[in-house]
Ligand binder design. Structure first.
Ligand code: SF4
Ligand code: SF4
Length: 112
């Protein structure tokens, strides 16, 4: 199948049965609008085990030099699923109400 969908494609333009004709296309789509809670990490508590980064299904935990500290979450790709908070062995991530990342929340930032 060679059809490539633009990110603006509507449901009725898609193949039936949920077929995704091109692999690796998740980066093209923003799912941030699905979020009704967002993760907040306490960097003081974080031991940089990177479990949150590994388990996030949307690659939405930003990382730099093998550390998540001081890095935020991708506002475009985090859908508020709670997985990062659930797998954190130190309970450093709290899910808070609201889809928007606040500018005063430590470690939160838009995608680099
Ligand atoms: S809430 Fe889900 S999508 Fe968002 S950063 Fe955590 S694991 Fe990733
Ligand atoms: S899972 Fe928790 S301790 Fe590990 S890197 Fe993520 S926030 Fe830090």
């Amino acid at each position: 199948m060679s059809r490539v969908y633009p990110p603006t494609a509507k449901w009725h333009e898609m193949e039936r049965a949920g077929i995704i004709p091109q692999a690796g296309n998740a980066e093209e789509y923003s799912v941030g609008g699905w979020r009704n809670e967002h993760p907040v990490r306490d960097d003081e508590c974080c031991i940089d085990c990177l479990f949150c980064w590994i388990y996030c299904p949307d690659n939405a935990v930003n990382i730099k030099d093998e550390s998540v500290k001081g890095q935020g979450f991708s506002a475009d790709h985090c859908k508020g699923c709670h997985i990062c908070a659930a797998v954190c062995p130190k309970d450093c991530i709290t899910m808070v109400p609201g889809g928007e990342f606040g500018p005063d929340e430590p470690g939160q930032s838009e995608e680099e």
